[in-house]
Design a protein. Structure first.
Lengths: 132, 1169
């Protein structure tokens, strides 16, 4: 049992380490963008944008999914949306409104991304269908 | 027909019978915003005309869903067939319940015939969801209509774009579908449809960015629009005519785009992305804490968990979609669900900025202010198909893996889904959603049982002369809600739902000016001022009164006068005669009315400068004569004042109620400061405003605003320590703005009316005082350099001079007895001056009520005689147009004189000496009270004033009012202490009594429980017996608003009505016969003023409606002045009806051509090809 868990942990760390090494540039860009957006939120004219925090999260997520597109498939993102919805069900019972808003927003952003990517991927075949 | 289709349609039809579960015990759906009526035939007949008198004195109803012609047509047809009200509703409800299911079935079945479960599941989900249930509580048939038409339009749209249907067929069928199911012509309901169609276009452009796609879009859009416009011309033409004239006014009434945004924000409170994903977010659920069932969905874990099935199934469709054709549509539906989510959530969601920008900057978008209702159906449409698709895929896979289950599996699965959907929407079982508020004492429902006597009244009134107009009592409260004990509740007056007759009530549906006048009429009746009331009744052509004793008058939110009070007044007064009794309703006629007063013609023409309410009961006033309102139409005033037979000037008393103007300036944080990169934009904007400021008032406003803005900018720069190097420049510009302001404030004569001058001067003075305070603050701020201080000192001087100049122009009432009036005479000359005796504070002691003029200090006149309740001061020759008049109300008296105060027992420590009361340390927690009675509750206003001083540093004088029988809770006394004042300080408090009695309390301190228990009520620092508080000059006076009238007779008057006879064959036409006359002659038609009412002679000559001779009489009615007289037979016609007739002709011909064309093509194809 112990060996199994040990192997599993090593495997996950290994995969994570490979993932980070392969996508280091993208990760730096994403983190950098996030930090930058967080820093500028108190700047004049920026500080009057409503729901700024949500927009930052949405943008970062979108950026992450776009930059790391090779690594995360639509199926996985969809799975993440479903997990979020399940999580949302539990959070709804406890009525934590702010978190629910965030969950809803993240799910929305991910769905937008999925559908855009799906259409981009299938554009050619869709065009054919249309003209058939 | 395939067995499968029979099964599917049977299931849809069975579910369509759900509305039958909602009716029991003879109840029907009525009230709130439900457009259902008690007499569908009369209602339908009324909708054939663009003018209606159902809502009172008459209004243009072009905006009020003329397009719902078919919806109301079905209703009227059922009534015509003889169905009872509840049977009609049952049939209609079943029809509207099942129709969206059928249209959705058509779309999905035609698109995916191979998918066994998808069409029927999508139909069920489209029929049964909380979006529609919310609409069902008011049976919103307009919404059901567009909701049902939506799938049809999309089917033909996609068929065309996918090449399955030709242009002509798709355009004709799409146009027909959306024309018949047109949402009742309610344009805001098209929100979801518009974004969906636009999205389809964008989707296809993205897939095929080529000319062919653009051409297709143009062809389809133009084609469908053309068919739609032709078939809907009957309502579109009058509607466009109305919009061109009234959109600006209606938008302004809704508060402009900002107001629309505020409303959208309010109703979108629960419409978060998360809630919408779950098929929730319905505004009522979150705004109404007494909602019939929403709390279950917030708290019940099972229902919460079940709600997640919706989004999970909807978006799982992305995994199940395999073939290319389906992908195209499923991807589109997912995009539609997400885009419609953005709009449905309104301005409140995290992406609400999109909705905000569109509302603020896209002209016309503000009509979609109820975002959820207007866009939500597109989302539910997408969801219904997506969920259906996922379930169909799951069931197909199961069936493929378990072939033994046979064909019954699909049917069982469909029935199981239908059952789940039905039970998840359990309020459908008993119709509990109709009971939309369960707040104790305010239970509201649209499912009610209408008393038999109400229906009897409806039948009776519909047989009576439609020109007879009734006033409904009791009056509505300020809330405007119409509520009866038997649960009818709405903004729409009940009588508007049962007949086409005119019933006057201070309904929210009337323009505010009419509402104010009608409220005043109710006050006159309640005060038993019959002179004024009967004048009002003549002005509004009211012939009788309907007393409704079943009104819910006691309710805390919409309670009003006890109908019993009205009943007593009507019973004991000989001016009224009981005509009929219908259960709780009584009909009275006004004695002495030989014929309806709707139309009169007279040689008299009155010119009134001032409010209509002030002229009523005036002895020389003839309510039958048309009244030109000088202040409402300044442009034509000189013409009418020269033609008028009598001139009445009823100036408004300024600040008579002593409320104070409240015109000060408050600080705001400017977004862009001097030195900012964006600051030039501010300068450009200011220059633009200056260029547009062409008159005195806007120029004054401009210069004042500029000086305010500069000083606020300077203050912000200093407070935020931002761009401090720009401070000196800003202060310089402030100084310059003051110099500019002086050029205009310093003018001897301001080119505005006296009333405007007074208000503007008060505003300028108040703003400048505030500016002075800010200059003082800036001057002592250490960040301000010496150069800047010099400028500030200079500006300060200028501000003081300007404030003095403005203050000199102010003529305002400052105390209870000295009343001030400022006004412009329409014409100089000799006027007879009157004061309405009943408008003074009290009836006795008026003899010394003198009048003086600021322009003639030597003049002081007192009343010479009393004529029919008016004090006549005699003739006064006036040489200048602008007058500042002062009236001393000598009847004002202290109502506390002679009233002995009640002292707490024991009264030790409370002393009275020469009218000064004092409290010592021996009277802590004790009070003096005055019990006042006989206060005037209808329009009465009183002022309590006194002086007090504290002789210690304690804040221990409590002052409050109570009504008899209502004791102020002990702890609340803590909130009633007056500020400590060691010097004599004055305090004033106003009462607008709702009760005739009031108790005034002055109390000494407050002992806490622990102080009482420990016996340490008196602080050790005080000397026993020491005086703590003194109060003196306690006064209670009634605040009056005297009515002053200046009267000038210009021509000899005769008392003849020149109307020989008149008829009103329909709501838009009067035919009248006028007796011989030589003119001038004035004709009054007592319908709300409508610019397009037109007088025509029988020979055919019509007087252009743009002519000066047509004016708004008495603030609301129509009147025409014919200098050379007019006689014989005349027609008075409401011109927009012609638009309706033209539109109806176009629609009918188009329908015949289109249907004929379709039939021809079908026949040709079948028999000749």
């Amino acid at each position: 049992m112990y060996t199994f868990i040990h192997k599993k942990i090593v495997k996950i760390f290994g995969e994570a380490s490979i993932f980070i090494r392969e996508n280091l540039a993208q990760i730096v860009i994403i983190v950098g963008a996030f930090v930058l957006l967080e820093v500028i939120q108190s700047f004049p004219y920026i500080n009057i944008i409503p729901n700024y925090q949500f927009l930052v999260i949405g943008f970062t997520l979108l950026l992450a999914v776009v930059l790391l597109r090779v690594s995360i498939s639509n199926k996985k993102i969809m799975l993440a949306v479903l997990v979020l919805l399940f999580l949302g069900a539990i959070i709804t019972i406890f009525d934590i409104e702010k978190i629910l808003e965030l969950v809803g927003f993240v799910a929305f952003v991910l769905l937008v991304f999925i559908i855009i990517r799906q259409i981009v991927n299938d554009r050619e075949s869709l065009k054919k269908t249309d003209s058939e | 027909m395939k067995r499968r289709i029979i099964f599917d349609l049977s299931l849809i039809l069975i579910l369509g019978l759900i509305p039958l579960l909602w009716f029991s015990d003879g109840k029907i759906i009525l009230g709130h915003d439900a457009g259902l009526t008690l007499d569908p035939e009369a209602n339908f007949a009324d909708r054939l005309f663009v003018w209606t008198q159902r809502f009172g004195i008459g209004t243009d109803q072009s905006f009020a869903l003329l397009g719902a012609f078919l919806i109301h047509g079905i209703e009227a047809f059922l009534a015509w067939l003889g169905f009872t009200l509840d049977a009609q509703q049952k049939i209609q409800f079943v029809f509207w319940f099942v129709l969206p299911g059928l249209t959705m079935y058509f779309l999905v079945y035609k698109t995916w015939p191979e998918r066994r479960c998808l069409p029927v599941i999508a139909s069920i989900l489209y029929m049964i969801n909380y979006y529609l249930i919310q609409a069902w509580f008011i049976a919103e048939r307009t919404k059901f209509s567009i909701y049902a038409g939506f799938p049809l339009l999309l089917y033909f749209l996609f068929s065309y774009f996918l090449g399955r249907m030709g242009l002509l067929r798709s355009v004709v069928f799409a146009g027909l579908a959306i024309s018949i199911l047109n949402g009742g012509g309610s344009f805001p309901l098209y929100g979801g449809l518009i974004i969906t169609v636009l999205l389809v276009y964008v989707y296809f452009i993205l897939l095929h960015f080529e000319k062919k796609t653009l051409v297709k879009i143009v062809y389809f859009s133009v084609g469908v629009s053309l068919v739609y416009l032709l078939l809907n011309a009957y309502w579109v033409i009058p509607y466009v005519f109305y919009i061109l004239g009234f959109y600006g006014r209606d938008l302004a009434l809704a508060g402009g785009p900002e107001g629309a945004l505020g409303w959208a924000g309010y109703i979108s409170q629960g419409a978060t992305l998360f809630n919408l994903f779950r098929g929730q977010g319905i505004p009522d659920w979150y705004l109404n804490q007494y909602h019939a069932f929403s709390q279950n969905f917030f708290t019940n874990p099972v229902l919460i968990a079940l709600s997640f099935i919706y989004p999970i199934l909807a978006y799982l469709s992305l995994f199940f979609v395999k073939d290319k054709k389906t992908k195209l549509l499923i991807y589109f539906l997912i995009i539609l669900s997400l885009v419609s989510l953005v709009f449905t959530s309104g301005p409140k969601s995290q992406i609400g900025i999109i909705y905000k920008i569109l509302t603020l900057y896209l002209p016309g978008f503000a009509i979609f202010r109820s975002a959820y209702y207007k866009f939500g159906y597109a989302f539910f449409f997408a969801y219904a198909i997506l969920i259906g698709f996922s379930l169909d895929s799951i069931f197909s896979r199961i069936q493929a893996k378990l072939p033994n289950l046979g064909i019954f599996f699909a049917r069982i699965a469909i029935v199981a889904v239908a059952s789940f959907v039905f039970f998840y929407h359990y309020p459908l079982i008993d119709g509990s959603f109709f009971d939309y508020s369960r707040e104790p004492s305010k239970e509201l429902t649209t499912r009610i049982k209408v008393p038999e006597y109400v229906l009897d009244f409806g039948k009776w009134i519909n047989r009576e002369n439609p020109n007879v107009r009734y006033l409904i009592v009791p009056e509505l409260s300020e809330s405007g809600y119409v509520a009866y004990k038997w649960k009818y509740w709405s903004v729409a007056p009940l009588n508007s739902l049962m007949s086409r007759h005119s019933f006057v009530q201070n309904s929210l549906l009337l323009p505010i000016s009419e509402r104010v006048l009608i409220s005043k009429m109710y006050q006159n009746l309640l005060k038993e001022d019959f002179e004024s009331f009967l004048d009002f009744a003549e002005v509004f052509a009211i012939d009788g009164i309907v007393l409704q004793k079943d009104f819910d008058w006691k309710n805390i939110s919409w309670g009003t006068t006890n109908p019993r009070t009205y009943e007593e007044i009507l019973e004991r007064n000989s001016n009224f005669k009981l005509e009929k009794i219908f259960g709780e309703w009584k009909v009275y006629s006004i004695v002495g009315r030989k014929k309806p007063q709707r139309i009169t013609a007279t040689t008299r023409l009155s010119f009134l400068q001032g409010d209509l309410k002030n002229i009523l009961s005036f002895p020389h006033f003839d309510p039958r004569a048309p009244i030109f309102m000088g202040e409402l139409d300044r442009k034509n005033s000189p013409y009418f004042v020269s033609k008028a037979s009598e001139v009445f000037v009823a100036p408004e008393c300024f600040n008579c109620d002593l409320k104070g103007p409240g015109l000060g300036l408050t600080f705001y944080d400017p977004k862009v400061l001097p030195g900012s990169f964006f600051y030039p934009i501010i300068s450009i904007q200011e220059q633009d405003i200056k260029r547009k400021s062409n008159d005195f008032k806007s120029l004054l406003n401009y210069y004042l605003t500029i000086s305010d803005r500069r000083i606020i900018e300077a203050k912000s720069v200093v407070e935020r320590e931002l761009n401090l190097d720009h401070l000196q420049g800003t202060l310089n510009r402030h100084r310059k703005s003051l110099a500019d302001l002086k050029k205009i404030v310093g003018l001897k004569e301001w080119k505005i009316t006296g009333k405007e001058e007074n208000t503007s001067a008060e505003t300028v003075a108040a703003h400048l005082l505030q500016q002075a305070t800010w200059i003082e603050e800036l001057y002592i701020n250490p960040l301000v350099k010496s150069e800047s201080k010099k400028i500030l000192a200079d500006s300060y001087e200028k501000v003081l001079v300007l404030e003095f100049l403005a203050r000199k122009k102010v003529w305002i009432t400052k105390d209870a007895s000295n009343k001030r009036f400022i006004f412009d005479l329409p014409k100089i000359g000799e006027y007879d001056v009157f004061v309405k005796k009943g408008s003074l504070a009290h009836s006795g002691g008026f003899e010394k009520s003198d009048i003086s003029l600021a322009e003639r200090p030597d003049l002081k006149v007192i009343p010479k005689e009393e004529i029919e309740g008016w004090l006549r001061y005699g003739p006064l020759k006036i040489d200048n147009k602008r007058l500042r008049l002062s009236l001393t109300d000598s009847t004002v008296k202290n109502l506390l004189t002679g009233i002995k105060p009640n002292l707490s027992s024991p009264s030790k420590g409370i002393e009275e000496k020469g009218g000064t009361y004092s409290f010592t340390t021996d009277s802590i927690d004790r009070c003096i009270s005055f019990n006042i009675s006989n206060l005037e509750t209808i329009g009465g206003r009183y002022m309590i004033s006194f002086q007090y001083r504290n002789l210690t540093d304690r804040k221990d004088l409590s002052f409050y009012l109570t009504t008899p029988g209502k004791k102020l809770p002990k702890l609340e006394v803590l909130g009633t202490f007056l500020p400590n004042s060691r010097k004599w300080s004055s305090e004033e408090r106003f009462i607008d009594p709702k009760n005739q009695k009031v108790n005034i309390f002055f109390c000494n301190g407050f002992s806490t429980l622990s102080e009482k228990l420990s016996g340490e009520e008196v602080s050790p620092s005080l000397i026993p017996g020491q005086t703590l508080i003194e109060i003196r000059e306690i006064k209670l006076v009634k605040i009056s608003s005297p009515i002053v009238m200046l009267y000038k007779k210009q021509k000899e008057l005769e008392d003849i009505d020149y109307v020989k006879s008149f008829e009103k064959p329909n709501p838009v036409l009067y035919t009248i016969e006028i007796k011989e006359n030589e003119g001038p002659l004035s004709i009054s038609v007592r319908e709300s003023y409508g610019k397009y009412w037109q007088v025509c002679e029988v020979k055919g000559k019509c007087y252009p409606f743009e002519e000066q001779s047509h004016f708004a009489s008495s603030e609301y009615g129509n009147a025409w002045y014919f200098e050379n007289g007019i006689q014989g037979k005349l027609k008075i016609y409401y011109l927009p009806q012609t638009m309706f007739i033209i539109g109806m002709f176009i629609s009918t011909v188009s329908l015949v051509i289109i249907i004929g064309g379709v039939c021809f093509l079908v026949l040709r194809k079948r028999y000749f090809s």
